[in-house]
Design a protein around this ligand. Structure first.
Ligand code: UGA
Length: 434
């Protein structure tokens, strides 16, 4: 099928490349000329495992092109809208200006009978409003939320764990079935529903995931007070299949371009609808999450004691999670910036996210690798659980630091191994720190 993808960020660039790899004829459109040039050269504008290979293969096959000119989308039968819906400045609500702009830009080029498919995360009610605009061109609209995780975006797009279509009529479903023929043939569960349900499915999923993380982080707060171990607690409750162990990792909490802003936008939309109380708990979820960053900062201050302004602190990780260079609302970067703001001598590193972090916070000292960051440190703080940080050998690096203090902001290190190598280990909710 001839497909256009409007917006080539984390979501759109992967979606366009994945659709091309399935044999569709794809044009990716983005307003940023530099990004389009990069993508056209086969370079991914951000770190995402598997994307460069998919891009190169798509470009080489002739199935994949990129352009800044929306007119190039004119002959597509299906137009995916994959632009961002960030948090509005100074408010909780989502900023829909990019979605609205994409639809308005597309309208003059929509062929009768073509389908516009929203993939962006939007407040419930948006699709119905946009459908009216699209119908003025005798085209149709569907809402097809995306559930991909950064770091696994290629796999999640090619082998999704479910497909959700929000449609208003059979024609749209037929077209989407053709787009996703391979995934459907492989038995991917399909949920066909109305616009409002499809929009809600997406925000409900992210709200649930955020709640799960804040639940375990709330248990970490209690565990810290009573000297219990939240990791063991998570293992134990996770054995109950109704609860499950996934997304129960306590630490410095969730960040990124989705979970934080999605729970806030959901709260704002529910309040607009007169049902603020239904999701009032999400404010607590947000508050617990932000408290874990405070806790990490406090722990560093405690450990440094009177060396607050003299002791070097090595921050391992800047991305909001491993396998990503994304620093949007990153808890790791936040902890680094706040410590620096307190006058602490912070040296930060990350395998992929330094450039993005530097753009936002040039005031921090960045070094290329963990070895350099750790040298002479009074405290080592692991805040993004990249494999190479999890695999650090406590005995070997013990010789490089000034004092063997490790704060495990992601609860991923082997406590016994670090302690027996002479380190003072502090996790997040892993026993009392006296
Ligand atoms: C999230 C959802 O997981 C995807 O399903 C969704 O499609 C996506 O948002 C989106 O809306 O586009 P993503 O933001 O890539 O995906 O990252 P997650 O893997 O969900 O991690 C989010 C944050 O939670 C990270 O900062 C991670 O470190 C943290 N986290 C995750 C924990 O603190 N504990 C856990 O147990 C799991």
């Amino acid at each position: 099928m001839k497909i256009s993808v409007i917006g080539c960020g984390y979501l759109g660039a992967v979606h366009a490349s994945a659709m091309a790899s399935l044999g569709h004829d794809v044009i990716g459109i983005d307003v940023e000329a530099a990004k389009v040039e990069q993508l056209s050269r086969g370079e991914a504008p951000f770190f995402e495992p598997g994307l460069p290979e998919l891009l190169s293969a798509g470009l080489a096959s002739g199935n994949l092109r990129f352009s800044t000119d929306i007119a190039d989308a004119a002959d597509a039968e299906v137009h995916f809208v994959a632009v961002g819906t960030p948090q509005r400045k100074g408010e909780n609500a989502a900023d829909l200006r990019y979605v609205d702009a994409a639809i308005e830009a597309l309208l003059p080029w929509l062929a009768p009978g073509s389908l516009v498919v929203g993939k962006s995360t939007v407040p419930v009610g948006t699709a119905a409003r946009l459908a009216e605009r699209v119908r003025t061109r005798d085209a149709d609209l569907a809402w097809n939320p995306e559930f991909l995780r950064e770091g696994y975006a290629v796999k999640d797009t090619l082998q999704p764990d479910r497909l959700v279509y929000g449609v208003d009529g059979d024609a749209a479903q037929g077209i989407l079935d053709s787009v996703y023929a391979q995934a459907l043939a492989a038995g991917t569960p399909l949920v066909v529903t109305d616009f409002a349900t499809a929009e809600l499915v997406k925000v409900a999923a992210n709200a649930f995931l955020a709640t799960k993380i804040s639940f375990i982080n709330a248990m970490a707060e209690i565990a810290e007070t009573v000297g219990a171990d939240v990791t063991t607690l998570a293992d134990a409750i996770g054995h109950d299949a109704r609860i499950g162990r996934r997304f129960l990792n306590a630490g410095i909490g969730f960040g990124g371009g989705c979970l934080p802003k999605d729970i806030r936008a959901f709260t704002a939309r529910a309040e607009e609808l007169g049902h603020g109380e239904s999701v009032a708990f999400l404010k607590e979820v947000d508050a617990i999450n932000l408290r874990r960053r405070d806790r990490a900062v406090d722990l560093v201050i405690e450990v440094l004691g009177d060396r607050l302004r003299t002791g070097r602190v090595a921050i391992l990780g800047l991305a909001f999670k491993p396998e990503s260079d994304d620093v949007r609302d990153s808890p790791a970067l936040d902890v680094a910036v706040r410590l620096h703001g307190l006058g602490v001598d912070v040296v930060a590193t990350d395998p992929e996210a330094i450039e993005n972090a530097r753009r936002l916070h040039p005031q921090l000292t960045y070094v290329e690798d963990a070895g350099e960051a750790i040298a002479g440190a009074e405290v080592v703080v692991l805040v993004t659980e990249w494999r190479e940080y999890r695999d650090l050998d406590p005995a070997a690096i013990g010789a490089q630091v000034a004092t063997k203090n490790i704060i495990d902001g992601r609860n991923v290190l082997d406590v016994d191994a670090w302690r027996s190598a002479g380190w003072s280990y502090v996790g997040m909710g892993r026993g009392r720190r006296d």
